[in-house]
Design a binder for this molecule. Structure first.
Ligand SMILES: Nc1nc2c(ncn2[C@@H]2O[C@H](COP(=O)(O)OP(=O)(O)OP(=O)(O)O)[C@@H](O)[C@H]2O)c(=O)[nH]1
Length: 641
């Protein structure tokens, strides 16, 4: 390997690019273009100020949050300038060579096969990678040999920063048991939810994301469905129709129903995913209506990261499906494709595919089948969904066809005897409560003023529980606070407790600096804190990207509600497409369709987790310039010192 060291922040000279025997022509072609890119093109981009609030423009909170965005941007810019990669960094043997590091790691891996999965805990090596994968690529990632995985992470660990003092003392997750009073409140809430006071059984909850290409009909469908289910009155429908007509947008009247959010769920919401709550015969649904435009994919990620299942809206009109389904990566592929892939990566297994606008093609059964076969091949083959977890149905929102009742239009009724939309939703598995026994994790999606002073933060509990009086810690600002009151799952009456899986508005007291809250912040247990990672190791599948991913690739890192600029600081290993095992250590590039272990360095430390510990906080999406480059799971973290 003449000419340079392979590792973090290292570049290869052109000679080094072509000295490998197993370097075929196709790869060679792919490598050449990026190598010739000007150095500048590889700089870490300045983080865009987070789009965080819908506070009144003049409010102190709004100003503080905007200032914070500017400060972050300035800080990021400074770091970006500092972190310009060197052209070639020669190895001076003052530290262990990469080979020494690998050997040491292999030795360590053999010596210890039962490590816990949090390398930031002193004395613990990084650990078991996630055993569940997201996309098809991710499924392959997850079946890798555990020894190889361990080796990869320890290899990374050797060059990573040491844990911060504050977090170094964190006890292992396995030592956590829920506080007695909180456990009591949880079991009381469990008892009351299985036998509500009226004697009626409470319906299981379901967080449902609505995804799809721009203008597929998502908001229209949800507006009409909520009306059919009795959540929007006929008077309201009439009012909205008049407003939409007056604005010359009559066809958007149903979509506008959803845009006007009920009071109780919109105090200072900071993300552009509309939320709504409604009940079907079998489920209490929290709806997350994601924007379909490609510019808002980060918001879609935020919405989908909170969901248990998703509706994928597909425009069935002539040319509509084709436009949402076109491939194209950086050249503007459709969001039917991108959303489906991202949702799977974010852990969504169950998908209801709703083919809408079929009224524009005479409710043609052939068109339905044509779309279904093309999309099914993609969902099963390239995204990793299981056939049994997919449901398909036609619907027309403006005509109210196949939403809550079997179709009435004879053109559709003639051939559709399958489920209605509501029947499909009712058959989805409800929210999992498996993370209840873990320490509190609540990624913050919104910040607002509490009803009687105090700051209210909203989000979905990824793990643990909280109740009035629970002490919490807000990271990354390291602020202790106490829960003053809380509302759960859209309810307007205070709740006794919020548990893993619940959406909650939590009023906090004792916060010193509310301006430090925003997307990416996490409410956590004061002792078992969420790690602040300075480096992230992830197993990722590279999507349909036009140029290979190289060391130094600038990325925007998305994990739960967090979004941070950074770079791919090391390509650790390539993974075999079939087995998921390491096929090559320290590759020079990762091509589209390949899976790899990579190390990512954010400009600012991020509150994230290893996937095997906390799934919601351990799924990662890497984007650049509006394009999704890779999706995957976090397998290792290193803390800033
Ligand atoms: N003919 C017909 N038109 C529909 C149907 N569903 C939605 N539309 C129309 O499609 C247009 C876009 O609908 P929206 O509900 O705003 O689409 P969307 O997917 O929410 O759009 P974004 O949120 O911007 O991605 C509106 O003019 C709707 O009236 C349908 O089933 N049939």
């Amino acid at each position: 390997m003449p000419g340079g060291k392979r590792g973090a922040n290292t570049w290869y000279d052109e000679d080094d690019m072509y000295d490998d025997e197993d370097y075929d022509d196709e790869e060679q072609e792919a490598y050449q273009a990026p190598v010739k890119l000007p150095q500048q093109a590889r700089a870490i981009p300045v983080a865009a100020p987070a789009k965080v609030n819908k506070q009144p423009a003049g409010s102190s909170l709004a100003k503080a949050m905007n200032n914070k965005g500017q400060q972050q941007a300035i800080a990021s810019k400074g770091s970006a300038q500092k972190q310009q990669p060197e052209q070639v960094q020669r190895f001076d043997f003052s530290t262990p060579s990469p080979d020494d590091t690998v050997r040491a790691a292999q030795k360590g891996a053999r010596a210890s096969t039962s490590h816990q999965s949090r390398i930031w805990t002193p004395g613990q090596a990084e650990a078991t990678a996630g055993t569940e994968a997201a996309t098809a690529g991710m499924q392959q990632l997850a079946v890798a040999d555990p020894t190889n995985r361990q080796t990869n992470h320890q290899q990374e660990e050797a060059s990573q920063p040491q844990p911060a003092a504050a977090q170094a003392s964190a006890p292992p997750l396995s030592a956590y048991t829920m506080e007695a009073d909180l456990a009591r409140a949880c079991s009381q809430a469990g008892a009351s939810s299985s036998a509500a006071s009226s004697g009626e059984k409470k319906k299981p909850g379901l967080h449902l994301a609505v995804l799809g290409h721009v203008d597929a009909g998502k908001s229209t469908l949800m507006g009409r469905l909520m009306h059919e289910l009795g959540h929007i009155s006929a008077r309201e429908v009439q009012k909205r129709q008049q407003q939409a007509n007056a604005a010359g947008k009559g066809s958007f009247a149903w979509a506008w129903m959803l845009d006007e959010r009920p009071e109780e769920r919109s105090r200072g919401v900071t993300i552009d995913v509309a939320t709504a709550h409604f009940s079907t015969p079998q489920r209490e649904v929290t709806l997350l209506d994601a924007p379909g435009h490609r510019d808002f994919v980060p918001n879609m990620i935020t919405g989908a990261a909170q969901a248990d299942a998703a509706l994928l809206l597909v425009d069935g009109s002539t040319g509509g499906f084709e436009s949402g389904f076109r491939a194209g990566g950086a050249n503007g592929g459709g969001q039917t494709r991108e959303h489906a892939q991202l949702a799977r990566c974010l852990g969504i297994e169950n998908l209801v595919v709703v083919i809408s606008k079929l009224d524009t093609c005479d409710f043609s059964q052939e068109r339905f089948q044509e779309i279904r076969s093309a999309l099914q091949a993609f969902l099963l083959g390239q995204c990793g969904y299981r056939e049994a977890s997919l449901q398909w149905l036609p619907a027309s929102a403006p005509l109210g066809e196949n939403l809550t009742q079997q179709p009435k239009d004879p053109r559709l009724a003639a051939w559709w005897q399958g489920p209605t939309l509501v029947q499909a939703i009712d058959s989805l598995p409800s929210s999992a409560a498996s993370a209840l026994e873990k320490p509190l994790r609540m990624p913050i999606t919104g910040v607002g003023k509490g009803p009687r002073g105090g700051i209210s933060v909203s989000g979905r509990l990824a793990a643990g529980a909280l109740k009035e009086g629970t002490p919490v810690l807000v990271l990354p600002s390291h602020q202790p606070a106490t829960v003053k009151s809380l509302l759960c799952n859209g309810s307007t009456t205070p709740s006794a407790v919020a548990r893993a899986g619940d959406s909650a508005d939590v009023v906090l007291s004792g916060l010193v600096d509310d301006s430090a809250l925003g997307p990416g912040s996490v409410l956590c247990h004061p002792t078992w804190q969420v790690p602040m990672a300075a480096k992230i190791t992830a197993r990722v599948a590279v999507l349909d990207v036009p140029i290979p991913v190289l060391t130094g690739q600038p990325v925007t890192i998305h994990v739960h509600t967090a979004q941070e600029a950074g770079q791919i600081s090391s390509l650790v290993s390539l993974l075999d497409a079939k087995t998921g095992e390491v096929s090559k250590q320290r590759p020079r590039a990762v091509l589209k369709g390949q899976s790899a272990v990579v190390q990512i360095t954010p400009v600012q430390p991020m509150c994230v987790e290893v996937y095997s510990d906390f799934r919601t906080l351990g799924r990662i999406v890497l984007r650049d310039g509006g394009t999704t480059l890779a999706v995957g799971i976090i397998t290792g973290l290193a803390m800033s010192s």
